[in-house]
Design a binder for this molecule. Structure first.
Ligand SMILES: NC(=O)c1ccc[n+]([C@@H]2O[C@H](COP(=O)([O-])OP(=O)(O)OC[C@H]3O[C@@H](n4cnc5c(N)ncnc54)[C@H](OP(=O)(O)O)[C@@H]3O)[C@@H](O)[C@H]2O)c1
Length: 253
């Protein structure tokens, strides 16, 4: 089956391309690096020709409110339009656990919610995968929460997961029938947000102090105890944070 992975050069996308290829699919990575731009629709008609499934694991180059909203809405509209014209039968998208709870306070999650709504409101059969934060993203979280060399994070529940486990679920969703619904995935262990980031920084010899601050914001949103963790049944990844930390540092962390 021809499966086009939009954002196929990215952290999750490159893993999804590899996994689908290993399972005998024609997995085609598409992104600006391969001449496909979902914002302008350049290259879309060509790459979608003959495709059965599209996986969207792209991300906005900017996380500022206006450009991120523009990215996820324009890209998703273009994708859905070109997919319908090409006879694609399944759109798979990756979003974030808690998007609907946190959209009011966070421009990024407002844009992800808009992306999800466009998909759900379209005629295209779809599957949405809601993942918790990736282990690989923890350093960026710490950087974003640092003021004067001190990291401030709310001590709420946190259940991050390995990009590898995220990619496995996304690839399985792409190879299966459309769910016309959302599945949630999370890491195998629950932590306190500040505690996990403290552990991660220590393991990388990062000297920053991490302070538990209940009012510190995350991507603009004030968090409550369960904001970032699944509130119902979620599939759990296999890779534990402690084991992931022992692996060599990947290039992106
Ligand atoms: N970070 C987290 O903890 C987390 C948690 C849950 C869900 N997610 C979601 O996971 C998804 C993937 O994240 P990631 O970290 O794997 O992303 P990433 O590594 O930053 O990769 C982004 C990808 O998007 C592509 N892209 C950028 N602009 C594009 C455009 N105009 N048209 C087509 N493709 C474009 C990039 O292509 P080039 O390389 O060619 O520029 C790249 O392949 C995101 O949608 C994010 O919301 C993230």
């Amino acid at each position: 089956m021809k499966i086009v992975i939009i954002g196929g050069s990215g952290l999750i996308g490159s893993k999804v391309v590899a996994k689908l290829g290993q399972h005998g699919h024609e997995a085609v990575a598409a992104s600006p690096k391969t001449g496909v731009d979902t914002l302008t629709a350049a290259g879309l008609a060509d790459v979608l020709n003959g495709a059965s499934v599209v996986v969207d694991v792209s991300n906005s180059p900017s996380f500022e409110d206006a450009p991120v909203m523009q990215f996820f809405t324009t890209s998703t509209r273009n994708l859905l339009e070109y997919e319908a014209a090409a006879g694609v039968g399944h759109h798979v998208a990756l979003s974030v656990v808690g998007t609907e709870r946190l959209a009011e306070g966070s421009g990024y999650l407002r844009a992800k919610l808009a992306q999800e709504r466009l998909i759900k409101d379209s005629a295209m059969p779809y599957s949405i995968v809601h993942a918790t934060q990736f282990f690989e993203f923890v350093k960026s979280i710490a950087d974003g929460a640092t003021v004067d060399g001190v990291v401030r994070l709310p001590p709420v529940l946190f259940q991050p997961m390995a990009a590898e486990d995220v990619a496995t679920t996304v690839a399985r969703a792409a190879a299966g029938p459309p769910l016309n619904g959302t599945i949630e995935i999370a890491g195998p262990d629950r932590f306190r947000f500040d505690e996990l980031v403290r552990q991660a920084l220590r393991a990388r010899n990062d000297p920053r102090e991490v302070i538990a601050d209940p009012h510190a914001r995350y991507f603009g949103a004030e968090l409550s105890e369960g904001s970032l963790v699944p509130d119902g049944d979620a599939r759990l990844g296999a890779i534990h944070f402690a084991d992931w930390l022992r692996e060599p540092v990947p290039a992106r962390t």
